[in-house]
Design a protein around this ligand. Structure first.
Ligand code: UDP
Length: 335
């Protein structure tokens, strides 16, 4: 078996997936340009696993540099984590998002085609469902109606992958629609470390608990949900990472195809439940205030995870308490 190319392998979900791949004995090649990650992540992956990997500091928009990676390594499959992911920033900088996320994916796929590498795992997002008609969300639910350019890049790349498969059914593609990844590796050596003020709930909570930010704003408590605050399907990043190994197993085993899976726990938790669990598990205070709704937010979003369970054998094993404990454990080590 050849090597697995991981783009964005120094990033949040990428680094956790590389750890699981190395632990399983896979040979990994990482490309990353550290646009939203740090070099020390690579050392920490080695510390956790005691294993090594090949690394190229390149931008995946650099076609020649990407080709060189395929030239120098016997690549068998690609997991594409590279991409910009800040929702708010994508509204301010749509062209950067379209160029980087879509351009990068296309260059990667073209290079794969040239080198006859046709197994591709893509990081998509539940954001492609827009405002869902009903929850829990199955893979058959309607997609579209994304509310920001970040989400639209995910939607368009999914469409590109469908078109590619239609043109040549020797491709073997797995689209993974993540719900809300949170938490960190239990070692506390890798985790989510967004630059600047976080957009997402969990990193915001950890920064408030650490005293770096004064208080959490809860965006709306008048939604039609259990306590009025937004409900999401939070999934521990290590569970999510393991889903990628199962997706690769599927591509290695089965006939060719294009497969789509929701990766979530199937459980919805509210913002208040998240805050209260975080406080209790970690014995810290998280001051908050109720603020107006955030534009583009939906009331409830959680997965029907049964397709991934039936076809991949995927099942999240970590609960909300694990997510809160591991997220805080990582944040404390950054102080
Ligand atoms: N949220 C919040 N305050 C924040 C960040 C998020 O109340 O500072 C809420 C948000 O309205 C949503 C939930 O937390 O109901 C999850 O938001 P996040 O941005 O993490 O994920 P997404 O909205 O993309 O699912």
């Amino acid at each position: 078996m050849g090597k697995i190319l991981v783009t964005g392998g120094a990033g949040y979900i990428g680094s956790h997936t590389v750890v699981e791949l190395l632990n399983k004995g896979e040979e990994v090649v990482i490309i990353d340009n550290f646009s939203n990650s740090k070099k020390e992540v690579l050392d920490n992956i080695k510390k956790i696993t005691n294993k090594d990997f090949k690394f190229y500091e390149i931008n995946y928009l650099d076609r020649d540099a990407v080709e060189k990676v395929f030239e120098e390594n016997d690549i068998d499959s690609v997991i594409n984590f590279a991409g910009y992911k800040a929702v708010g920033e994508s509204v301010q900088k749509p062209l950067e998002y379209y160029e980087n996320n879509i351009g990068g994916a296309v260059i990667l796929l073209e290079t794969m085609k040239k080198y006859n590498v046709k197994k591709f795992v893509f990081s998509s997002s539940a954001t492609v469902y827009g405002n869902p008609e009903k929850v829990p969300i199955t893979e058959e639910s309607k997609i579209g109606g994304t509310t920001n350019p970040y989400g639209t890049t995910k939607l368009y790349i999914e469409q590109i992958l469908q078109d590619l498969y239609k043109s040549d059914n020797t491709w073997d593609i797995c689209i993974l629609r993540y719900f809300n990844p949170v938490g960190a590796h239990e070692s506390g050596l890798i985790g989510e470390d967004p630059k600047g003020i976080p957009n997402n709930l969990m990193p915001y909570i950890t920064k408030v608990a650490a005293g770096i930010l004064p208080e959490l704003s809860i965006f709306g408590n008048d939604y039609n949900t259990k306590d009025g605050t937004g409900v999401r399907d939070y999934i521990h990043v290590v569970d999510l990472a393991k889903g990628h190994l199962l997706a690769l197993d599927k591509l290695n085993k089965e006939d060719n195809g294009i497969f789509i899976y929701n990766l979530g726990t199937g459980k919805g938790y509210s913002v208040l439940e998240m805050v209260e669990t975080f406080k209790k598990v970690n014995n810290v205070d998280v001051p908050y205030k109720i603020a107006p709704r955030r534009e583009g937010d939906i009331a409830e979003c959680y997965a029907d995870p049964s397709k991934a369970k039936n076809e991949l054998g995927f099942e999240a094993t970590k609960n909300l308490e694990d997510m809160c404990r591991d997220g805080w454990n990582y944040q404390k080590k950054q102080l």
